[in-house]
Design a protein around this ligand. Sequence first.
Ligand code: SAM
Length: 350
Amino acid sequence: PKCNRQDVPHSIISLLDGFKASKTLFTASKLKVFDVLSSSKSLTLEEVAGQISASVLGTERLLEAAVSLGLLESVKQQNTSVYRNTEQANRFLVSDSPESLHGYILHCNDMVWPLFSHLENAVREGTSQHERAFGKKSEDVFQDAYYSKDEVKIRFMNAMHSIARVTGKDVATAFDLSSYKTACDIGGCTGAMAYEFTKANPGLSVIVFDLPQVIEMRRHFQSKENDDRVSFVAGDFFKDDLPKADLYILARILHDWSDEKLHVLLGKLSKMCTPGCGLLVSEIFLDEERKRPSRALLQALSMTEGKQRSTSEYSDLLEKYGFVPKHIRHTDNLLDAMLFVKDPTDKRTL
Ligand code: SAM
């Protein structure tokens, strides 16, 4: 009898193995396998093992697994196999390539993986497992967790930088922003997104506003960028005044906080913005039934005090502060974007 392929639970089996595949990518990145194979270099197993200072047996298993996942290629040359990066690995996994995801991958390995190993507790308790995973309580994930040690801070900033480099252009070109002259990127981190905005909009200058601990590190990330239309201001968006601008950018900010916590920031923005001012929100947007994309829903399991929202949830939230949704853009990249405009008829005083 013909075997019924539907009897095989392929999707469940690939979920079962998903964590092994993630950890293969993380480990190959951390051990710099993609770096030693960069610039189309082909190396034998022994050469790779030597360069990453690892055992030949362990390296062989890692390389073979990486080939099976499409991260590397192996080719027979005479009697030996040599390994090389796939095109994608050269573009996105080599640590110093312009679109490298290396920083984000290390953050996933060193920060997100330990948190997710406590998912059972996270679900039972409905709280972040930072204390269990890292032995330290964190009230504010940025101030207490990411920025308490320089090494962790740089790793987190590298992670944000790498995603912003990959998605920034699509976010910056999502809408016609030619009517705006000054923008403020709230929580703009390394400035990677800001540089994409000035590149895409010749008439725009952008102020990057972020915590002092972040702003003080900006030179670490801007060695190649040289654009005097990008400037940096240090401050706390819950406590300090925000720079004046006619377009505010909130990229990956709103999902980190509850509606209650955002009241302070959004109230400030509402006061600062005159009618016609723009507010550009860039996030992963959930569909209205909160079923997809699973990337957003999986991220929510880290149990920060924030939440993932759909476009209508973002609209409802921002309409309370006088911002009207104008355009939505699904970019097919890692982040989508929505442009709001301060309602000219809004007379509220918050
Ligand atoms: N907007 C950047 C992007 O999309 O690449 C970074 C997003 S990251 C998830 C959140 C940013 O908000 C970090 O750079 C963090 O330092 C900043 N941030 C968090 N709390 C802040 C506060 N109270 N005041 C100012 N910036 C803050």
